[in-house]
Design a protein around this ligand. Structure first.
Ligand SMILES: [Zn+2]
Ligand SMILES: [Zn+2]
Length: 678
């Protein structure tokens, strides 16, 4: 197996992750056989990529020595590079297979077998651009999903999910609407993933349930996707291919090249997507980190080479387009952590961060090691991601430093660091439960020093503030200001964005991955560096933008939107259900039951009125009177009508109850009316 060497310190905790490896597609087994089959293009591009990569590696190695990094880290990354070389061969294998598939499809086309009723060969000829459909990740930071189409072939880039807003009660996740993809299922050649964040991989199991396509991503990203597929009992359903920066994959009409970038999770990629119409560079989520913790500096040289060769269109991460300057290096956080750990001498330390920020976890472990503390993990996602990262060699943790949280009580406060999830104040997270005194294993007190190593994602400010207040009420010292350097972003700021544009020098520019304001700002930066206004298009959710040598234009949009995942149900909660949930949570429910005579329509017994969660309890009796009065008026009209229509009666009753309740209370509870004609 390609990365077997990395597992020399494997633990029982890692066994599930190791099991992953065994389950991977046959890619790695075929390593070696394929070396002769690599095509010339692959070789040429690989060569141009390798030079800068070596430089990075050397630079990185010396930097690490200086910062007292253990030799093991370097070894681990070298082993990963070994693995990368092998994986290249593996992906060539995939290339060969895909070429065969492409030939097959060409044959079918030549035989006049159009499998795609919607587009005729004639249309395809005159329509020679690349069509880019935006099914997610636009006007939001979440559920990224982009489809690239050329001729009859389609590839998908990323398939994420987003977390529900406060106005979506009871919803677990939000995923993109796949109907456009499902309609074109037989045209899709592959799914490429940029990195392992939820807004890029969270929707993968749901997509693969309806469209079975091969998935291409780096080692860690595939490891995280496998974890998800296992949860959904879908492992083995689709071929998962591990790729590395520099790899080139043929997918139908497209040739896709993976390029290394820096981000807040290791193993992140940009892609150069090539077809006869031209080259599109998609940055994925990125920043430029000149002193990264691991994995080397973003491959700027490759961006420059592509720029020299000519790039038709650049699509780039807009998340931090409003921030001036440069995003600081992740390494800065390590320095801050070191000084905070010294400040907290004698106290117990808790650090809240994102589970997927492996580099952050690495730096917390390093700081713990320096101060002789043991590390305890709290939070399921954190345990999962840490186990997978450790097994795949992305996390260098001495065997004895991580201790099960069950043994926490055996250690003195000054010997403990607890890493926890919940940096966004998520209600069910470990940190929120600790703050509410509701955590089974950790109770917060005056000897606790809490570091929130994250900034609130827009919209989460209030919940984060609540968590901080609650922790302080329990006596903890809490450090959270971002100017202290306890968190840095994983996304490029303005100067980095401009640098990438200047290296790539694209004909067209499309800002992606952001809210409208981020994309607009990014578009204006593009104009600043000299890209003509007419060559910049800001997409909308569902937009289809066609780019060709001659023009960039919007085509008619396709179906795109939100699908709610509620427990195990997908898409069975519509907006009407959500509206009811919102009403229930804010205004409660009122149930009116009328028992009437089936013939005369008269009330047989007094109306029964029940309410739950409805306001004005003290006025309830008075309100009951109003409701009864309103209902009786309606019933009178229906009395003795020839054919009493129960449905119409119920609707009438509901309307009048709603009206009277709104008149009297200015509230709109959910109203249920039962009429029993006996
Ligand atoms: Zn990301
Ligand atoms: Zn993202």
């Amino acid at each position: 197996m390609a990365y077997k060497k990395n597992k020399n310190s494997a633990q029982s905790a890692d066994q599930s992750a190791q099991q992953n490896n065994a389950d991977r597609s046959g890619v790695s087994k075929r390593v070696g056989k394929q070396k002769n089959t690599a095509d010339k293009l692959t070789e040429t591009v690989k060569n141009t990529v390798k030079t800068p990569k070596k430089k990075n590696a050397t630079k990185k190695a010396s930097a690490e020595k200086k910062t007292v990094k253990s030799q093991k880290t370097i070894e681990a990354s070298e082993k990963r590079r070994d693995a990368a070389v092998k994986n290249t061969a593996a992906s060539r294998d995939a290339t060969v297979k895909n070429t065969a598939a492409a030939k097959d499809s060409l044959k079918k086309k030549a035989a006049g077998l159009s499998r795609y009723g919607s587009i005729s060969p004639k249309e395809l000829k005159k329509n020679s651009g690349v069509r880019i459909a935006f099914l997610g990740g636009i006007n939001e930071i979440g559920k990224n999903l982009t489809v690239f189409e050329y001729g009859n072939d389609m590839i998908i880039l990323d398939c994420g999910m987003s977390f529900p807003d406060a106005d979506m009660p009871g919803i677990d996740y939000v995923i993109p609407d796949f109907s456009y993809i499902e309609r074109n299922a037989d045209r899709i050649k592959a799914l490429f993933i940029t990195h392992g964040h939820e807004d890029h991989i969270g929707g993968v199991p749901y997509l693969l349930k309806s469209v079975n396509v091969p998935v291409y991503a780096t080692n860690l990203t595939i490891g995280l996707i496998e974890g998800k597929l296992r949860e959904h009992r879908m492992l083995g359903i689709s071929k998962l291919h591990v790729i590395s920066p520099g790899d080139i994959i043929n997918a139908g009409a497209f040739t896709v090249e993976a390029i290394h970038v820096n981000h807040s999770i290791p193993d992140s990629l940009a892609y150069a997507i090539k077809c006869d119409a031209g080259v599109i560079v998609h940055t994925g989520d990125f920043k430029i980190d000149n002193t990264p913790i691991d994995g080397g500096v973003m491959d700027l040289a490759r961006f420059a080479v592509l720029g020299n060769e000519g790039v038709m269109c650049l699509m780039a991460d807009s998340t931090n387009a409003e921030r001036t300057g440069y995003t600081p290096s992740e390494r800065m956080v390590g320095e801050t952590l070191d000084s905070l750990f010294i400040k907290a001498t004698g106290k117990r330390i808790l650090v809240a961060s994102f589970a997927s920020n492996i580099h952050r976890v690495q730096q917390i472990v390093d700081a713990a090691k320096k101060t002789g503390r043991k590390v305890f993990l709290s939070g399921r996602s954190l345990e999962n991601v840490t186990a997978i990262s450790k097994a795949l060699g992305y996390l260098n943790v001495p065997d004895d430093i991580i201790v099960s949280i069950d043994k926490l009580k055996n250690y003195r406060d000054e010997d403990v660091v607890i890493i926890t999830t919940g940096s966004q104040g998520e209600p069910m997270s470990a940190l929120s439960r600790m703050a509410l005194g509701d955590h089974r294993k950790v109770s917060i007190g005056e000897n606790d020093f809490v570091i929130i190593s994250a900034t609130p994602i827009p919209g989460n400010e209030k919940t984060v503030a609540n968590t901080i207040n609650d922790l302080m009420k329990l006596g903890a010292e809490v450090v959270y200001e971002k100017n202290l350097g306890i968190h840095v972003s994983g996304h490029a700021a303005q100067e980095e964005l401009k640098l990438v544009m200047n290296l790539v020098r694209p004909q067209y520019f499309i800002p992606v991955h952001g809210e409208q304001k981020h994309m607009r700002k990014h578009a204006s930066l593009a104009q600043n560096v000299g890209i003509a206004h007419k060559n910049i298009t800001v997409p909308d959710l569902g937009s289809v933008i066609e780019v060709s040598k001659n023009r960039i234009r919007q085509l008619s949009p396709v179906t795109a939107g939100k699908v709610f995942v509620d427990g195990s149900g997908v898409g069975d909660v519509g907006s009407a259900v959500l509206r009811d949930r919102k009403k229930l949570s804010t205004d409660g429910i009122v149930i009116v039951t009328a028992i009437t005579d089936a013939y005369s329509g008269e009330l047989i017994s007094p109306l029964e009125i029940n309410s739950k969660g409805f306001v004005f309890v003290n006025n309830a009796n008075e309100l009951n009177g109003f409701i009864t009065e309103a209902c009786e008026k309606v019933l009178e009209k229906f009395e003795n009508s020839v054919n009493m229509d129960i449905t119409a009666l119920k609707a009438k009753l509901k309307d009048s109850v709603a009206k009277i309740l709104f008149d009297k209370t200015k509230r709109s509870p959910v109203i249920i009316v039962n009429v029993f004609a006996v």
